[in-house]
Design a protein around this ligand. Structure first.
Ligand SMILES: NC(=O)C1=CN([C@@H]2O[C@H](COP(=O)(O)OP(=O)(O)OC[C@H]3O[C@@H](n4cnc5c(N)ncnc54)[C@H](O)[C@@H]3O)[C@@H](O)[C@H]2O)C=CC1
Ligand SMILES: O=C(O)[C@H](O)CS(=O)(=O)O
Length: 486
C-alpha cells in the first residue's frame, strides 16, 4: 500500500467519459513497485469499446467546452494547478511507488507537470487570429484560430504525470478534449490527476484516462475518425507505427520519441561544472529520460581529468528505494530495461571499453543497476547508436570541433545535445552545428514549460511546451467576407 495523506487519490478504476469504471468483464492488470516487486493494486484492462465511448462523450462535451471563454477554461486549469500543487506530496508518493524515481525527483516532476497547466491556462487566453489587409475591393480577410476537437494521447512510464499535462494542458486550454492512454506501468499517477481535474471542475467527458491493452486502445485512437489529433510520447518504433495507423484518417500528429544525446566536454570547459552537468544529464530518473546524455564526448586534452573526477562522483551516488532519504538512483522500470543496460555494457567491454565504476546489476537485486562509467568507448559500440535508457555513461575521446560535430550528428536521432565550453566562437559553432531540437550550453538539464521541446530527424514531430506548444491543438481558418460597399 502507498501511504497517503489523502487516500482517496489512489483509485483502481479508470476514468472514461466522466465515469469511474471497472472493465465490463472484470479483467484487471496488476501494477507493481519496481523497487520491491510489491503489487500496489490493479487497474481495469479496457479496449476499443471504452475508447469509442470516451471519444463519443468527448465529442459532445468539447462542442460546449469550445464555446466557453478562454478565461473560463483558464480558471479551471488554474484550479487544477492549485490542487496538483496542494497534493504534491501524495502525487509524488504515488509516482515513486509505481515508477521508482526518488521521492524528491517525483515531487519535482509534479511541480514540472503542474507548470504546464499554469502556463497554458495563460497561453489559452492569447490565441490570436489575424485581420489581413484585403486583396480586393469590397472584401475583408481574416484568420480565426479554432480548437482541433477531440484529441488522443498515448504516454510513457518515465514521466507519468508531466507527459500528460504537457499535452492535456494546451489541448484543454484552447477548447479541445483529451482521451489519454497512460503506460500500464504507471497508471495511478494519471488517475490521481484525473481525480483532481474533476475536483477542479473540469466538465465530465473532456478528459478520460483509459487503462488497458495498448494495441487495442491505440487502434481505436488512430482509426476513429472523430479523433482529430494523436499525440504520442515514447519510443521511435512505436511512434512510427502510430504515425502509419493515423494515415487513413489523416489525423494531426505530434510525436516525442527516442533520443541519443551527445554530451561534449570541450578542451576549454570548466571541468568541475561539466562533471556536475554530466551527472545531472546522465543519471536523472536513473538515466530513463529521452534527453539523457547517451554518448559523452571528451576532448583529449581534458579526458583523463574529466574521467577521473566524473567516475569518482558517480561511484558515490546512493542507490536504493526512492522512498529512502538521500537515494539518488532508484530502480529501472523492469527486468527488460536492466537486461538492455547489461547487454550494452557487455558489448562495450567486448569492443575495448574499460569500466571505471559500476558495470553490474546492483547488489540490491531486482531492477537496480550500478551507476556505470565506461572509458575508451568508441563508435563501434551498440551504445553509440542505441539509446541506453539506463545509468551507463560511455566516454568517447575526440581531438577537434569538426570531429566531434561529425560524431555527435552521426545518429538517426536528434532530440537533445549538450556541450561545455567558454569560447564564444566555439559555442556558436556547436550550437548551430548540432542537429537536435534542444541544445544545452554549459547546462545538463533544461526541462521547462516556457521553451519548446521536440526533436529533429527520427526523434519526433512537433513541439510541446512554450508558445509553440499550443499551435498543435489549433486549426487555422481563413475567412473572406465579400459584398462590402467600400
Ligand atoms: N521524446 C520523449 O519525450 C520521450 C521518449 N521516450 C522514449 O520511449 C522509450 C521508453 O519508453 P517506453 O514507455 O518503453 O516506450 P514505448 O514506446 O514502448 O511505450 C510508450 C507508450 O506507448 C504505448 N504503446 C506501446 N506499444 C503500443 C502500440 N502498438 N499501440 C499503442 N500504444 C502502444 C505504451 O503502452 C506506453 O503507454 C525510449 O526509447 C525513450 O527514449 C520516452 C519518454 C519521453
Ligand atoms: O520524457 C522525457 O524524457 C521528458 O520529456 C524529458 S524532460 O521533458 O523532463 O526534459
Amino acid at each position: 500500500m502507498i501511504s497517503l495523506k489523502d487516500p482517496s487519490l489512489f483509485t483502481q478504476q479508470a476514468y472514461v467519459g466522466g465515469e469511474w469504471v471497472d472493465a465490463p468483464d472484470g479483467k484487471t492488470e496488476q501494477v507493481t513497485n519496481p523497487a520491491t516487486g510489491e503489487v500496489l493494486g490493479t487497474v481495469p484492462v479496457l479496449g476499443r469499446d471504452a475508447v469509442a465511448h470516451a471519444v463519443n462523450v468527448a465529442e459532445k462535451a468539447q462542442k460546449l467546452w469550445k464555446k466557453r471563454t478562454a478565461k473560463e477554461r483558464s480558471a479551471i486549469l488554474m484550479k487544477w494547478y492549485d490542487l496538483m500543487m496542494e497534493n504534491q506530496d501524495d502525487l509524488g508518493a504515488i509516482m515513486t511507488a509505481e515508477q521508482g524515481k526518488p521521492l524528491a525527483e517525483a515531487k519535482g516532476e509534479i511541480a514540472y507537470a503542474s507548470s504546464f497547466l499554469q502556463w497554458f491556462a495563460e497561453e489559452g487566453k492569447r490565441v490570436y487570429g489575424d485581420v489581413i489587409p484585403t486583396f480586393a475591393e469590397g472584401r475583408r480577410v481574416m484568420v480565426l484560430k479554432e480548437p482541433v476537437g477531440v484529441c488522443a494521447a498515448i504516454t510513457p512510464w518515465n514521466f507519468p504525470t508531466a507527459m500528460i499535462t504537457r499535452k492535456a494542458g494546451p489541448a484543454l486550454a484552447v477548447g479541445c478534449a483529451m482521451v489519454v492512454k497512460p503506460a500500464m506501468e504507471t497508471p495511478y499517477s494519471a488517475l490521481a490527476m484525473a481525480i483532481l481535474a474533476e475536483r477542479a471542475g473540469l466538465p465530465k467527458g473532456l478528459l478520460s484516462i483509459v487503462t488497458g491493452e495498448a494495441v487495442e486502445i491505440g487502434a481505436e485512437m488512430t482509426e476513429n475518425p472523430k479523433v482529430r489529433k494523436l499525440t504520442f510520447t515514447g519510443s521511435t518504433p512505436v511512434g512510427r507505427l502510430l504515425m502509419r495507423q493515423c494515415a487513413d484518417t489523416v489525423k494531426k500528429i505530434s510525436l516525442e520519441l527516442g533520443g541519443n544525446a551527445p554530451f561534449i566536454v570541450c578542451e576549454d570547459a570548466d571541468i568541475d561544472a561539466a562533471v556536475e552537468g554530466a551527472i545531472a544529464s546522465k543519471y536523472r530518473n536513473a538515466g530513463q529520460t529521452c534527453v539523457c546524455a547517451n554518448r559523452l564526448f571528451v576532448h583529449d586534452a581534458v579526458y583523463d581529468e574529466f574521467a577521473e573526477k566524473y567516475a569518482a562522483k558517480v561511484a558515490e551516488m546512493p542507490v536504493g528505494n526512492g522512498f529512502e532519504d538521500g537515494v539518488v538512483i532508484g530502480p529501472l522500470i523492469n527486468e527488460k530495461a536492466v537486461a538492455k543496460v547489461e547487454n550494452q555494457v557487455a558489448d562495450a567491454v567486448s569492443k575495448g571499453g574499460r569500466i571505471l565504476t559500476g558495470g553490474k546489476r546492483h547488489e540490491l537485486g531486482g531492477s537496480f543497476f550500478q551507476p556505470t562509467v565506461i572509458a575508451d568507448a568508441n563508435r563501434d559500440m551498440t551504445v553509440f547508436r542505441e539509446e541506453t535508457f539506463g545509468p551507463m555513461a560511455p566516454l568517447i575521446r575526440f581531438h577537434s570541433d569538426d570531429e566531434v560535430l561529425e560524431m555527435a550528428n552521426d545518429s538517426e536521432f536528434g532530440l537533445a545535445s549538450y556541450f561545455y565550453s567558454r569560447d564564444i566562437s566555439r559555442i556558436w559553432k556547436l550550437a548551430e552545428g548540432l542537429e537536435s531540437g534542444l541544445v544545452g550550453v554549459n547546462v545538463g538539464v533544461m526541462a521547462t514549460e516556457v521553451a519548446p521541446f521536440g526533436g529533429f530527424k527520427q526523434s519526433g514531430v512537433g513541439r510541446e511546451g512554450s508558445k509553440y506548444g499550443v499551435e498543435d491543438y489549433l486549426e487555422v481558418k481563413y475567412v473572406c467576407i465579400g459584398g462590402i460597399d467600400d
